[in-house]
Design a protein around this ligand. Structure first.
Ligand code: GLU
Length: 414
């Protein structure tokens, strides 16, 4: 598969949108660059006594609407440009969801699957301490992303609190419940994806109880998206992780597959399923396709073989601009990442609000607020989509860029 530079992709999407909405060139100029990118080199004592230096980044794109917000990923293929692109997408995502946040992202080049828990903890503390000069509850609030979860968030929160000498729970979101996490955060991104799916299906006349769904990626987002779609009555016919995919036209019990993966480390080998590759999985016939893995999955090479009617981007940046064009021409509705997976950062926002108030909400309250927020965001993007006669991605960009532009103008940046 051809690899696109994600930052180039983010710029192309911005350019296309700027043209369509006749964006003020001064605003366009500012939005092209992150406000700040920090590169850190973190020495870690490895279990064998050697010291290894890991490189990490934190990119802060735009904070016109509020403090920066965005996750931190651990992956061997992390690059500075990828982190920059992801920070741009966070600006749009927070704006689409109407959250009082700007966009940022962090990443560390490492392979946590080959590291011990102790090594990951020392790396996490070292990285967070290195970026602590630019993060904090009023400045930039990190969260989880690829290969990071509550465990790492707890270390981040603890490290930052140690540096400040008092507890600062609002410095990071996605924390475990006992240290200021929010009810509903773990499943929030997948829940948001399924709400976007429900709304998209309504518009396309897809009946969820008769719909076949394929999900690529079985991490937090993929698993929960599959789970909530199956709770809506959909049949989950295809699933995959980084090692490969499984297919069964009769549908999977998502929790059983999850338990299998927990035991074996992969869902490959799940009984009563046809084994297929990740590429084949994307091209399977289904009503709804949910890519929840990494960037660059739907490209100009395979886009014309996609057979679903609705694509929900659980992952960030899974579709290249060329593929977008092909899907749009063939009448496939793509609910873009910045809308489809905004449920995660939205409940992160709820968590932060609870931390700042020291007052905690029930799961029902969180889920109810999330549902209303996602429906409102979906509808405003959908109205823009109809008004501009464009695709859902451009519509989401227009909504987001309008909000950021208004804030920049009021603040006197342009
Ligand atoms: N990493 C997630 C995302 O890409 C969550 C970010 C957050 O909660 O701040 O949206």
């Amino acid at each position: 598969m051809s690899e696109r530079n994600p930052y180039q992709m983010a710029l192309e999407q911005l350019d296309k949108c700027a043209k369509m909405m006749k964006l003020d060139p001064n605003v366009h100029e500012i939005l092209k660059y992150p406000k700040r990118v920090l590169c850190v080199n973190v020495p870690v004592k490895m279990d064998d006594g050697t010291v290894k230096v890991f490189q990490g980044f934190r990119s802060q794109h735009n904070d016109a609407l509020g403090p920066f917000k965005g996750g931190i990923r651990y992956h061997p293929n992390v690059t500075m440009e990828e982190v920059m692109a992801l920070s741009v997408w966070m600006t749009w995502k927070c704006a689409v969801a109407a959250l009082p946040y700007g966009g940022s992202k962090g990443g560390v080049i490492c392979n946590p699957k080959e590291m011990s828990v102790g090594e990951i903890e020392r790396l996490s503390r070292g990285y967070f301490s290195a970026i602590s000069v630019i993060v904090g509850p009023d400045r930039d609030i990190p969260a989880g992303d690829v290969n990071t979860s509550g465990r790492e968030m707890a270390w981040f929160m603890d490290e930052y609190s140690r540096l400040r000498t008092y507890n600062v729970p609002g410095t990071v979101t996605g924390k475990p419940l006992p240290i200021g996490g929010s009810e509903g955060r773990v499943e929030a991104t997948g829940k948001g994806v399924s709400i976007a799916g429900r709304e998209g299906a309504k518009k396309l006349g897809i009946e969820l109880r008769r719909a076949d769904v394929v999900v690529q990626g079985f991490g937090n987002v993929g698993y929960h998206s599959a789970k909530f779609m199956s709770e809506f009555g959909c049949k989950i016919t295809g699933l995959s992780d980084s090692k490969g995919g499984i297919y069964n036209p009769k549908g999977f019990n998502v929790d059983e597959v999850f338990r299998f993966k927990e035991k074996k480390g992969t869902l490959v080998g799940y009984p009563d399923a046809k084994e297929i590759t990740n590429e084949e999985l994307l091209e399977r016939k289904c009503d709804i396709l949910i890519p929840c893995a990494l960037e660059n999955q739907i490209t100009e090479e395979n886009a014309h073989r996609i057979k679903s009617r609705l694509v929900l981007e659980g992952a960030n940046g899974p579709t290249t601009p060329e593929a977008d064009e092909i899907l749009h021409q063939s009448g496939v509705m793509v609910v873009p990442d910045i809308l489809a997976n905004a449920g995660g950062v939205s409940v992160s926002y709820f968590e932060w609000v609870q931390n700042l108030q020291n007052y905690y909400w029930s799961r029902e309250e969180v889920n109810d607020k999330l549902d209303r927020l996602m429906v409102k965001a979906f509808n405003s993007v959908y109205e823009t989509y109809l008004r501009y006669e464009t695709d859902m991605r451009m519509a989401a960009y227009i909504c987001a860029i309008n909000r950021v532009t208004e804030a920049m103008r009021i603040r006197g940046w342009v």
